[in-house]
Design a protein around this ligand. Structure first.
Ligand code: FMN
Length: 351
């Protein structure tokens, strides 16, 4: 018997282990984690409302257990033609290398912020949990999520962000340390160099807010889970380690790169999307960044990279793909999601 916590009781899950929302076909992963007693999550930022409905139907066909729908709530940037043109100019040598036309228009499913259409999907589907990244949506939209009966979570990367979220009534704060894979959830600061590590962040947030704290970033095995609880966490959110599960819908080059990656192989980069995110040091990250003042504002930087990504992936290369990964990638192993959930849960202290 493993431990349970206030957060787990609130959500109605057996173990306080959250599989982090991660872009890609992840419904089988989310269903497997929820079936195993944790909280599976579905990243919705790059999905249309119809795609969200289809993914949720797949989860519900597999399990009755609670799950989490995750949305971004960034301010969409105003168009900046000059900056876009300069970015394309910087990428032009790569276009030539792949025999692509740098002037050709690009259409892609980029990341969209939570809006009225997504609020309607949430009202219809009524997931047990909705989590946000990059702050919270405007109050009228947030109210619709509350009225749908969903618990609301959001990521904080500083104590100031945690307090801001708690003041707006979130049910729990995700303390996202700098080790974490994927985008920094930062929204009251853009100082990537000042981002705080998990071991420093979790206890300072736990001291600052009255709601449960969920530790995220660099947790990949029971030792990390036990450490997070010792620091005052009430649950953990784990991303990178779940990417290695067979249920995770990631490409073969991504899977291969994760299997050999070590502690030194990630960096915070803004060149892939325009916002700081931690990922593997691919060719694009090394040669264009890791951090670059030229990258267009989020999510614009991804647009001009998309044809390069597609061309490289067709040649089984992840050189231009966002291979998000946290610093604990070297601790992760290929294992089924239910097994990983049980393993992580063994680090939760018994009440
Ligand atoms: C591939 C990948 C994609 C991610 N996408 C999202 C996302 O869409 N929404 C979100 O809130 N967090 C996202 N994250 C961040 C996670 O929520 C979490 O903070 C992080 O995975 C924890 O660190 P770890 O990767 O070391 O376990 C992503 C992380 C990864 C690795």
């Amino acid at each position: 018997m493993t431990g349970t916590t206030d957060f787990a009781r609130l959500v109605g899950i057996a173990v306080p282990i959250i599989q982090a929302p991660m872009v890609g076909p992840m419904a089988p992963l989310a269903a497997a984690v929820s079936s195993a007693g944790g909280l599976g999550s579905l990243a919705c930022a790059a999905l249309t409302p119809d795609q969200i409905r289809a993914e949720v139907a797949a989860i519900r066909a597999a399990t009755d257990a609670p799950f989490n729908l995750n949305f971004f709530c960034h301010e969409p940037p105003s168009p900046d033609a000059e900056r876009e043109a300069a970015w394309r100019e910087q990428l032009a040598p790569y276009y030539r290398e792949f025999g692509l036309d740098p002037a050709a228009p690009v259409t892609m499913a980029n990341r969209a912020p939570f809006d009225g259409a997504m609020a309607e999907v949430v009202s219809d589907l009524r997931p047990r949990v909705v989590s946000f990244h990059f702050g919270l949506p405007a109050e009228p939209l947030l109210r619709r999520v509350r009225e749908a009966g969903c618990l609301i979570l959001s990521s904080a990367t500083t104590v100031r962000e945690a307090r801001w979220l708690a003041e707006r009534g979130v049910d729990a704060v995700i303390a996202q340390g700098a080790e974490a894979g994927g985008h920094r959830g930062m929204f009251l600061t853009d100082a990537a160099a000042s981002q705080v590590g998990t071991i420093a962040l979790v206890p300072q947030i736990a001291d600052a807010v009255d709601v449960p704290v969920i530790a995220a970033g660099g947790i990949a095995d029971p030792r990390g889970v036990a450490a997070a609880f010792a620091l005052g966490a009430d649950a953990v959110q784990v991303g990178t380690a779940y990417l290695r599960c067979p249920e995770a819908g990631i490409s073969a080059p991504y899977r291969a790169a994760l299997s050999t990656a070590r502690d030194e192989d990630t960096a915070l980069t803004n060149v892939l999307t325009g916002r700081p995110a931690r990922g593997l040091l691919t060719r694009a990250v090394r040669e264009l960044g890791p951090l670059s003042a030229a990258a267009p504002a989020f999510p614009g930087a991804a647009v001009a990279l998309q044809p390069l990504r597609t061309a490289a992936e067709a040649a089984a290369s992840g050189d231009f793909s966002p291979l998000w990964s946290g610093q604990a990638v070297g601790l992760s192993r290929e294992r089924p999601a239910a097994e990983l959930t049980r393993l992580l849960a063994s680090g939760v202290p018994r009440a």
